[in-house]
Design a binder for this molecule. Sequence first.
Ligand code: WTA
Length: 661
Amino acid sequence: MSEKVVDPSNLSIEDLLHEQRKFPPSKEFQSQANINDESIYELAAKDPETYWANWAKELKWSQPWSKVCEWTPPHAKWFLGGKLNASVNCLDRHVENGLGNKTAILWEGEPGDSRTLTYQQLLDEVSRFANGLRKLGIRKGDRIAVYMPMTPEAIIACLATARIGAVHSVVFGGFSAESLSDRIQDASAKLVITGDFGWRRGKKVLLKQAVDEAVVTCPTITNIVVLKRDQKITLADDQCYMVSGRDVWWHELVEGLDSVCEPEEMDSEDMLFTLYTSGTTGKPKGIVHTTGGYMTGVYATTKWVFDLKPDDVFWCTADVGWITGHSYIIYGPLSNAATIVVYEGAPDAPDKGRFWQIVEKYKVTIFYTAPTAIRAFMKWGESWPQKSDLSTLRLLGSVGEPINPEAWMWYHKYIGGEKIPIVDTWWQTETGAIMITPLPGLTTTKPGSATKSFPGISAEVLNEKGEKVEAGGGYVCITKPWPSMLRTIFNDDQRYVDTYWSKWNKETYFPGDGIKKDEEGYFWFLGRVDDVMNVAGHRIGTAEVESALVDHEVVAESAVVGKKHDIKGEAIVAFVIVKEGITPSEELLQELKQHVSKKIGPIARPEDILFTADLPKTRSGKIMRRLLRDVADGKALGDTTTLADPTVVESLRKKYEAIEE
Ligand code: WTA
């Protein structure tokens, strides 16, 4: 069980408590919405199995299920006996329905190159690549690591993997070679699909080079498929070296291959993918999602939360390396036959108006991004969005961390023109699909609140003892299984049970988020209650950063906490004790930051490092992160009575204030 470091009733909720503004859906939006009948909540709650089965029926199954749900807490199975293939649901069935010429992907590279793929073209590409994977000996159940730039091929790689029944494990391209290696090893992956490079803020990110470094310690890897990001650019050997017999160019692999590929018939409970996410220990967890339930969850939520219509142009700005990319770039929108926008690079490349230029260029109608991005846009100023025509937008979404009311209002005013709905969607890698969210044709929104559970999802607020909180602070929990829930942690079912199903009882899912429920039953998320930080919408475990730090030869001990940050939500602060005989210096500080960046990836680079002679510990020797967090946030110190040496925190704080100035 994770150490509880935050009492949710003490979380900072001042601004939320004063938030009174309400935004009911407009009549125009309501009348055209995919769902505008309030009774659906009650209907779904009364008989969730029938409700979810009705959603599942909208997918294409090659064999119907015989039982909707089997719940042997804490393990669930959905649509038992049913057979389907995820890529068929995203591609073939739309082509069969006459949508072959509909645009599937509108892709924009960071340097301004672009490509369009219709559903027929995407099906052809996926099939050819799937044939290529089979040619390399990949079979049903094999794991494939995907470490790609944000190109259409990242999506093709996933769908082709799913087509032949293999399991993808996408690793965000910003992770280091070592992080990639850990994930490959944990999944015993056979193959890596990567690119020679991708563009990020005008710089080349050398992916293949990192893969080469990673696979040195990965004996299960038999081949590496490498996408040439740009046919006109050939990297030097020291940047991308192809090992003969092991490495193969994507374009050479698919040359001459058939664009028809028989899909593997998958059981509803066969694994679709694993995706690693941070937990409270140093070792990331491989979250396991299966086929039928996951597809049902992402299909349903895309249709209702985003009110998706055939003519929409849907842009989710996440990277496919995160769950948001899996569910709302790939599987949700494509199973709904949507037209999606995919952008490779940074929001400020070449200038801070890039996102809005893309909205104008592709006539985006639905835009889904993260609060950290919105806060950056706020800082850059409204003159940037004002330079572009955003009039095609009709719905905005937010995901990844709590959105502060100020950012919500800015989004509403400057991107939404004060007219269009915002859906603040709460969910997790583990939940697979959106769980708590407004339905834009039904819900009156309040800035900063994710509002209510999606129909068919039973979320509640519990206190430490597991008693239901009708109004007030507590922990969010889910009391019934849902189709897109994680099934286990790859190779570690005990950790699955311990992490998610042991806080109260094994029938109640514990997501690890603090929450407040107001008098009208609205949910207000307050942040994590465990040792997981949320930095710019990315989950990073304090233990991961700590173990990266102690891996450095001069570090004896470290403690890492998140501190409040205007743009990123949280920033990483590390308290470090160096070994005897080592003198802390500015150079060492920079070296340690660099070390963490190299070990985990630039997203984990600490914002501040504070050298200290001691750390505040309880008498039993546990580091008191809550106090360190107070020090980092510059708050009045919390209760120090359980500290072994209370003076430690005080002196730490003085030092911290000194480096802040
Ligand atoms: C946080 C991202 C408040 C939360 C989809 C959760 C949010 C973690 C919201 C999951 C939101 C995500 N409001 N907090 N709308 N969305 N979170 O697995 O702490 O990368 O537990 O999934 O992000 O992060 P993950």
